[in-house]
Write a protein that binds this ligand. Structure first.
Ligand code: NI
Length: 332
């Protein structure tokens, strides 16, 4: 907070007089405020316009001397201010320590069951089929699918649960939501899950022209690629509604098999977490494609115990593409 005030043409004090001085200036510098708030000024500079060499030399000497004295005074003041500020920050808190005999360490939660790591191929054949609701296999492999996300709160919660159990899933995302929540979409891919095309606006595709169906799929595919860098390889029609001719068209033009399901807990009706869990557990068998919605908080609430129960029953989780790759492949 340097403030300069320059005056010209008259001496600092009437007692000072130099015969050869034609003109002289001085500069006052606001150096600090004292405790009462009044400003203290230091003489920063004195300028002489001199007539003789001797006085020019004297002027230089005087300038150097006053400058050095003023800077020393200012820096001393600033150091003192900094010391006061530091002492405020580093002062130890005066918190009385009291014993708390009622506190107990929380019980240790045992780790969840974890899905085994598998390096199964996800390269399914284009001839595997046009439409799937399950893929029979002897390895207890199932695919868990979540529709209508990503959702800003529920999807990250679900991703935490899946990561804790090393469970890969397949997310049929809505293109519009991908554009709204790109960071969550990227997290889905980064954590090893598959992303499928679930259209941009979630319409009933059976009521749309082929051009409109293509627009729904194109905009979603572009949003997914732009956001995550990966291409969706399968699609799921909203409401499971897609005419046979549309399935053929989408398969031949996009390479997308239409993915339906064989286990539907009707979780979108929000029947409660216990009902969602029991419907999934009762319906799931080897090769199942399980439908659920990460759009709904109650579905995500039901997941921890549902996932643990499925793991306890010996099911192994794979992505939809991995499940499709088992079609026609030697059974494990
Ligand atoms: Ni949907």
């Amino acid at each position: 907070m340097i403030h300069s005030n320059t005056r010209s043409g008259y001496p600092i004090s009437p007692s000072l007089s130099f015969r050869n001085v034609k003109e002289w200036d001085f500069v006052l510098t606001e150096c600090a405020r004292d405790k009462q708030g009044s400003l203290s000024y230091k003489l920063l500079q004195v300028k002489f316009i001199c007539r003789t060499k001797l006085l020019t030399t004297l002027k230089r000497f005087f300038l150097l001397l006053t400058g050095a004295l003023t800077l020393a005074a200012c820096s001393a003041e600033k150091t003192a201010q900094a010391d006061r500020a530091t002492s405020i920050i580093t002062a130890p808190p005066q918190v009385p320590l009291r014993p708390n005999p009622t506190y107990q360490t929380p019980p240790y939660a045992s780790p969840s069951l974890r899905n085994p790591v598998s390096n199964l191929s996800s390269n399914f054949s284009p001839n595997a089929g046009v439409s799937f609701s399950s893929v029979r296999n002897n390895g207890n492999f199932i695919a868990l699918t979540f529709d209508d996300g990503p959702h800003p709160r529920n999807t990250p919660r679900l991703l935490d649960m899946l990561r804790q159990r090393n469970i890969p899933a397949t997310f049929y995302v809505i293109g519009k939501s991908v554009n709204l929540h790109p960071e969550i979409t990227r997290r889905i891919v980064a954590e090893g899950h598959e992303i499928g095309n679930h259209t941009y606006n979630h319409p009933n595709l059976t009521k749309l022209s082929n051009a409109s169906v293509r627009r729904e799929l194109d905009t979603t595919r572009e949003a997914i690629i732009r956001t995550t860098g990966v291409k969706p390889r399968t699609m799921r029609p909203p409401y499971g509604a897609l005419r046979t001719s549309q399935r053929q068209m989408i398969h031949s033009e996009y390479g997308y098999p239409t993915i339906l399901w064989d286990v539907d807990p009707l979780d979108w009706k929000r029947p409660g977490t216990a009902v969602v869990k029991s419907r999934i557990l009762n319906g799931t068998k080897s090769g199942s494609i399980v439908l659920a919605h990460d759009l709904h908080s109650t579905t995500v609430d039901a997941m921890p115990t549902t996932l643990d129960a499925l793991l306890a029953k010996g099911f192994r989780f794979v992505t939809v593409s991995q499940l499709l790759a088992m079609k026609g492949a030697p059974q494990q």
